[in-house]
Design a protein around this ligand. Structure first.
Ligand SMILES: [Zn+2]
Ligand SMILES: [Zn+2]
Ligand SMILES: [Zn+2]
Length: 357
């Protein structure tokens, strides 16, 4: 338990200023409606599971397998129930205010591991490196194969509350003809920031996080007005990557991982980048598991989209991965207002995660 004074403040998201969160740590606000934790399922093989190695005939054909088709450890197949498909060739429909765009795209399943019940934090760093390489390669392939594709979203749902319908560890990939709103907002806002400050907003956040302490002096007297410990949001740091607990995050235990050196595009990450990234991902997931044990979560990649109207996204945008544990159920207030409530302060959450390993 934290001994800090209760906080009650609205924090503005520094990347997308129209988004804000209410941080309210007063005791009376806890506990919120808690999301279920998932018991660990360590089974290696399940006879009836379509994603277990040996049951390949239960899924659509293999699109990609690593390291080999027979001895695969990561495998991509078409989603049996795709939300977007390639068949239809209809034009976009518009009926007054109701516009419909053709649901063109691809929806694939990435089976993360040949064993059934293993979780991300239990996989070897080597395996995670291969998995990240598969994400990257398939994203690039789909993005470059068709210029109608504006974005390829790679994401993972863990647990039913996070949207996973099959228990075997897996991720998904959706290639779509639109730029998703969250990405669009980040790209547009980071461009506006760049136009004003001539620096990428994510790089600015990293610089700030790596400055361990900031002191604000009184201009006239020179007295110390306030000391701010800005390094307190760093959860994990390596040679090339940083894991940060955002100061205004929607989810209590949300963590973002991003490259230290500016790069807008995940598809341009080098093998050396992925090797380093896999270590940060593993340790971050271990930390989350230590603190939250069995929490359901989503993670996804935000990278520069195919942007024609958005000039020069490359200098202003910065790719990253967002990990969002689902520990409490959003209330009507949150869904209705879009103002997410956090009952644990991000500073406290970051400290707990830092101290977990
Ligand atoms: Zn399985
Ligand atoms: Zn940057
Ligand atoms: Zn993002």
């Amino acid at each position: 338990m934290s001994s800090e004074n209760p906080i009650r403040e609205i924090r503005i998201n520094p990347v997308v200023p129209s988004e804000s969160v209410l941080v309210a740590t007063a005791r009376g606000l806890r506990p919120r409606e808690q999301e279920e934790r998932i018991p660990h399922d360590g089974r290696e093989h399940v006879e009836t599971c379509p994603f277990c190695r040996g049951n390949e005939n239960m899924t659509p054909p293999t699109i990609l397998a690593q390291p080999s088709e027979q001895e695969w450890q990561v495998r991509i197949v078409q989603n049996l129930f795709p939300v977007l498909g390639t068949e239809s060739d209809r034009n976009n429909i518009s009926l007054g205010m109701q516009q419909v765009m053709d649901g063109y795209g691809r929806h694939e399943v990435i089976i993360d591991y040949h064993h059934h019940g293993i979780e991300i934090h239990e996989m070897s760093q080597q395996h995670l490196e291969m998995l990240l390489g598969v994400y990257r390669a398939r994203m690039e392939e789909l993005f470059n194969s068709d210029n109608r594709i504006r974005y390829v979203l790679v994401f993972k749902n863990f647990g039913a509350a996070a949207g996973a319908s099959i228990k075997h560890t897996h991720s998904q990939l959706i290639a779509m003809p639109i730029i998703p709103e969250n990405v669009y907002n980040e790209v547009a806002c980071s461009q506006a920031y760049y136009a004003k400050h001539h620096q990428c907003v994510f790089c600015s956040l990293i610089d700030e996080a790596l400055t361990y302490e900031a002191t604000i002096y009184n201009r006239e007297s020179g007295e110390v007005r306030r000391k701010i410990d800005v390094g307190q949001y760093v959860v994990e740091r390596s040679e090339r990557f940083i894991a940060i607990k955002p100061f205004a995050s929607r989810y209590e235990w949300e963590v973002h991982i991003m490259p230290l050196v500016h790069n807008s595009n995940f598809m341009r990450a080098t093998p050396e980048d992925l090797a380093d990234f896999s270590g940060v991902l593993k340790r971050t997931m271990q930390r989350l598991d230590k603190v939250l044990g069995g929490a359901q979560y989503n993670y996804y990649f935000h990278t520069v989209p195919r942007c024609e109207s958005l000039q020069d996204c490359d200098s202003s945008y910065h790719w990253h991965m967002e990990i969002c544990p689902r520990t409490s159920i959003p209330s009507g207030f949150e869904l209705g207002s879009g103002l997410f409530v956090t009952t644990i302060s991000p500073e406290d959450a970051a400290r707990q995660l830092r101290e977990a390993l």
